[in-house]
Design a protein around this ligand. Sequence first.
Ligand code: NAD
Length: 417
Amino acid sequence: MSDETNPFESLQEQIDDAAAHLDVDDGVIERLKNPERVLETNLTVELDDGSLETVRAYRSQFNGDRGPYKGGIRYHPGVTRDEVKALSGWMVYKCATVDIPYGGGKGGISIDPTQYSEAELERITRAFATELRPIIGEDRDIPAPDVNTGQREMNWIKDTYETLENTTAPGVITGKAIDSGGSAGRVEATGRSTMLAAREVFDWIGKRIEGASVAVQGYGNAGWIAADLLDDLGATVVAVSDSGGGIHEPRGLDPVDVKDHKNETGSVVGYGDAEAVTNEELLTLDVDLLVPAALENAIDAELAEDVQADVVVEAANGPLTPGADDVLADSNVWVVPDILANAGGVTVSYFEWVQNRQRFSWTEERVNEELERVTIEAFDGLVDAYEAHDLPNLRTAAYVVALQRVANAYDQAGNWP
Ligand code: NAD
């Protein structure tokens, strides 16, 4: 029996749903449902008190038919082999949906980073980078930040790789700090594509984004930037949450103020006069737009029955289970899938890599313009597929577009040996 909460099974179901609309050999579809290889390793590191601890780490290289493997590295106690496999597959289809020349990969370490000092985290990260060294590289596999990792970890990985390889290779990793070869606009990119996806879908369904009410689950990098940019567009952010709980203010929240409060106190909870809500209550608020921006499986089929939003734009990876997708499609809720909505992160990672390879920096204006172009073209491509194939939802449309692109690349390369 399938497990609704196993993200790898969700990914495989999403691929099957799209494959039913395509004329691609079953053997090729089977290939496109499974990773090419998965590194599973133990990292034994010294803690500050001199004791040793062993932690489990993974890197899944799902598919490289369209270019080097590409995808983030996550630090979270919930990291498992299947989660990393799923996330790496989503990267393949994300890169193909927005048509950038990458395959997909993903990595993770099963730790709670809040339990370690900065020095311990550096040793863990450099130990992982040492294990990764033979299988990553500017033309091989290019990691990036994900949940609980950021510029700091990327800079450590780059430095470890370059030191061991005795070279400079800024393009071995993306999401770096600007002074270490990062790109303008990268930090904001995931929230920016989420905002652009929301703007485009509202326009397509004939709804105004100005004045639309918005709830955002997860107030980290993706969620808070999306909230801020949606506010700039004239939408009203009425509720946000993080792992500590949620807040609701029907008159609207100031996203920057809320972010400052979270930075000071560790959570959005307790901000101003806003009413406290649970994460479940936030997800079922009567709003125009719901942005899940935390983790997988935030909304299952049961909770989906209570979702009142007209539109869901997925900033997180895999926030809806396949059962939730079916319920929302039946209730005529438009869902813009993660592999388009949050693709800004990998798109600007691609721009960062291009700049690294060219040893030439773009302005933030150029980065944002190119991201807008890529996102709009991808959204239009999805709508074309949705209408041409009479598909049940935009997610299946995205997978139809992406699977066909990856299958074409495999076919054109030929089956050898
Ligand atoms: P982050 O660590 O910066 O933020 C995650 C946020 O989610 C935090 O505020 C955390 O408190 C909150 N959270 C965790 N569990 C929660 C729960 N049960 N309920 C409510 N909130 C909860 O991570 P991020 O980089 O913003 O990533 C968030 C999602 O976006 C992930 O699914 C990630 O894979 C996806 N994503 C991120 C990027 C990127 O560039 N950062 C790119 C693509 C996709």
